[in-house]
Design a protein around this ligand. Sequence first.
Ligand code: GLU
Length: 426
Amino acid sequence: MSSANDLSYVHPSPTSPWGTYLSQVDRVRPYLGKLDRWVETLKRPKRALIVDVPIELDDGSIAHFEGYRVQHNLSRGPGKGGVRFHPDVTLEEVMALSAWMTVKCAAVNLPYGGAKGGIRVDPKKLSITELEKVTRRYTSEIGLIIGPHADIPAPDVNTNGQIMAWMMDTYSMNTGATATGVVTGKPIHLGGSLGRVKATGRGVFVTGQEAARRIGLKLEGARVAVQGFGNVGSVAAELFAKAGAKVVAVQDHTGTLVNDRGFDVAQLSEFSRTNGGIAGFKEGAMVSDDAFWDVPCDVLVPAALEGQLTAERARRVTARLVLEGANGPTVPEADDILAERGVLVVPDVICNAGGVTVSYFEWVQDFSSFFWTEDEINQRLDRIMVGAFENIWEKSARHAISLRTATFAVACERILIAREERGLYP
Ligand code: GLU
């Protein structure tokens, strides 16, 4: 079955995000049984909104940005998924990210569908006032389809608690009542949840620990390489270091650093926060970005953007274990190469599901106006991640399929059963 799709509004390639997603769906089809009848549901978003976001810049000129909110699937509940601000955002990318949210939420059994949003903008070039205007205008525009019971945005690349606070405020001003449950990843005193900021990185670590144990890889002394040192990569790195592993290579948008003895991750995080990146950190050597892929390591954590693990790079990976902190970092051909080379890949749709899991906790806490302790949150998060991983590991072993296809099998079955039980309307 080819991964072609007859949607007129996108033109995916085999390595583009939507093309990658479509081929992942094709790979799960043999395991769907009678539910395969509904597979086309997964291959097209339910709804995609493109909005114009005009703002007045500080110099008095008017700028227009393109924004999107895509609801890929709402069969199991309201849409859920982050909003990304990045100059390379496209409709196709947001579609793929929304589809991965559908699969991710179902994989950890959250009562959500999948959605995603984005604005094609470089937020680093905006002043704080301009950033707030972009956020508020975008929120107003997508206000047509978001809502606490309809579709709940959250942080993603280059968005954070402050941006969620502006989104919550804008939505609430427009609807006339404070609706904390309309977004997650909010600041703590605005209905945010303890543990949310670190949740994605924590989930990467927890699934990594589960996978490492099963392949006999000891984390104590293991060499870890991390691509992307934002909210996901830095927290995962910190937890691996705490478990006795050595973080020997780190890459972000400012450069690549290596340190054979292992970084002091807390210090590097602090440096990166104050300096806007890792470049210039003294306790390591700067190498070319391409050299990152050759650093000898046991665990590789791609936690930056999609499409980073190309076929060429997959041939150079030295790790035994790849933990996908980012969404869609591995193209399908690279997946095959890694499998042939005996490298275990814990796919994004389970590996980085910790973030949306604690988003779910946040949303539940907002509705009940009763807030949990950080320990309660971390315990529940760990329980969900470990349980979901076990289930997927077992599916993968039973059918001799990759963890990615196994995760898609578990998730797509849940999604398509809901689809079938609801029935077609009219
Ligand atoms: N942006 C995160 C992700 O890709 C979290 C989404 C959410 O919390 O809704 O999973």
